[in-house]
Design a protein around this ligand. Structure first.
Ligand code: SF4
Length: 472
């Protein structure tokens, strides 16, 4: 077992087991992991003033920063382990290499130092201490905010070392045993490389956490009331279930009805229409006039929207080939020029609604309008044109799906992205690659991805309008 297994184990026992024993062909490449690695290297490089080298030779030469070292050893009796410290940082001391020694360091994304960071450092210190023949008292957690590198010193005391030894023993036991159950907290699965593999099993076994809105706590509550899978939930009385869901207070009957219908839809594969006369009014009024579809690609860590994509649709029946897509790149953050272009497009058809999926786009427009010194009334009138299809679809339909994300809903409607296995994280990965290489091919990939996001949103708009008409 190694540092990666320990990291996975802290998040999800099953993930550690799959990393160790799972069939690699079931694992999907994670852009998030790749982005983390790139960020990590850039920050380590700044921290070590560019003096980063790889492998054992770098330790022997006494370079300031060392990456890519794998150290094997026994951490307890005869249990073999391997550490792969993210970074070793040279410091004062005596080691087998001379009058210096190394401390382990880890990269932290965000503000919070977690168990994952502490255990990683403590595990590294146990094997590294023996390997370099010099005791390690502390480790470093390195992060960056804006362009500033932040370093936190962590004292690796006896208590922490003991804790990590216990976790390592549990990890060892887990890796030797059968595959653990799927985690109760399915939020962890969203960025996991084994998600597809686990989703399939969860669906086959009728896991309650597959039902939109049911998290670990609600699933447990349902189980203690004898509802242990989606099949039982689907055939349960809505009224009886409402009585058991007192934690939702006034909303208990409404929640119960949604959970039961969601489970029925999930099993039958058939959508359920929620009648509400206001559902699609805004859209219906405009269906014969035109509208825009708007979608943004951004780097949340840098608070940088790097692409704004517009699809102009003259009417609902416009053919795909006649649609006009306009991408506006914002290569340097806060470029007023791109903001003016966006406003120009939006005002080229002052009456057209702007359809988008999720709240990001509306928030971005409010910020842009503020930066361009729009008055309160102007901002209000502009944003009143924005229609969030994500909110609208959730209000008017219960779909036979696990979630209501753009990809999930539009895939269900038969939409396919031109590029395979894409996601917002993949677009961000391409953006980071573009920043490093300045190769235009990455921009083309991002633009194609954004165009498809707009077309997927269009597909959902068509579904909403056409099916609303049929139902009313
Ligand atoms: S998809 Fe979820 S349950 Fe499966 S290994 Fe990943 S985190 Fe664990």
């Amino acid at each position: 077992m190694n540092s990666q297994h320990l990291k996975s184990f802290i998040r999800c026992k099953r993930k550690a087991w799959l990393d160790f024993k799972g069939k690699k062909s079931y694992e999907v490449w994670s852009p998030q992991k790749a982005i983390d690695k790139i960020n990590q290297f850039q920050i380590f490089s700044i921290f070590c003033n560019g003096e980063i080298y790889s492998g054992l030779k770098a330790c022997k030469n006494g370079y300031q920063g060392v990456i890519g070292l794998k150290i094997k050893g026994n951490f307890f009796q005869n249990i073999n382990a391997e550490i792969r410290p993210q970074l070793l940082v040279k410091t004062k001391g005596m080691s087998k290499w001379g009058p210096y020694k190394y401390l382990p360091a880890v990269y932290k994304l965000g503000h919070k130092t977690t168990k994952e960071h502490l255990f990683d450092l403590a595990f590294s210190s146990i094997l590294l201490g023996t390997f370099q023949e010099s005791k390690i008292e502390k480790g470093l957690v390195i992060s960056s905010f804006g362009n500033k590198v932040n370093v936190e010193e962590i004292y690796l005391n006896k208590k922490l070392r003991k804790k990590v030894l216990n976790v390592l023993l549990s990890l060892h036991e887990c890796l030797e045993g059968f595959m653990p159950e799927i985690t109760q907290d399915r939020k962890k699965c969203t960025i996991c490389s084994w998600q597809k593999f686990c989703d399939k099993e969860a669906k086959e076994n009728g896991y309650l956490t597959d039902i939109d809105g049911i998290g670990a706590k609600t699933a447990l509550l349902l189980k203690t009331n004898g509802i242990s899978n989606t099949q039982t939930l689907a055939s349960y009385s809505e009224k009886k279930l409402g009585e058991k869901l007192s934690k939702f207070n006034d909303q208990k009957y409404e929640k119960a009805s949604i959970f039961v219908k969601q489970a029925q839809a999930y099993i039958s594969g058939k959508p359920y229409y929620i009648f509400n006369k206001n559902n699609t009014n805004d859209l219906l009024e405009k269906k014969f006039s035109g509208f825009f579809i708007f979608d943004i690609e951004s780097n949340p860590d840098d608070k940088h929207d790097f692409l704004y994509g517009f699809l102009k649709i003259n009417n609902l029946f416009t053919k795909k080939e006649d649609l006009v897509y306009e991408p506006i790149l914002n290569l340097k953050n806060n470029k007023v020029e791109s903001y003016r272009q966006i406003i120009k497009i939006l005002f080229s058809q002052k009456e057209w609604p702007v359809l988008h999926y999720g709240e990001t786009e509306k928030i971005a427009i409010i910020n842009i309008a503020k930066k361009l010194n729009f008055s309160f009334e102007e901002i209000d009138s502009l944003t009143s044109r924005f229609i969030d299809l994500h909110t609208l679809i959730r209000k008017s339909w219960i779909l036979p799906l696990k979630n209501y994300g753009l990809k999930t809903v539009s895939n269900w409607l038969g939409f396919e992205w031109v590029q395979k296995n894409v996601s917002g994280s993949k677009a961000l990965y391409w953006w980071i690659q573009y920043q490093i290489t300045e190769n235009e091919i990455f921009l083309q990939k991002i633009i194609q991805y954004n165009k498809d996001d707009c077309l997927a949103t269009f597909k959902i708009a068509k579904y909403l309008i056409k099916n609303h008409l049929k139902k009313n």
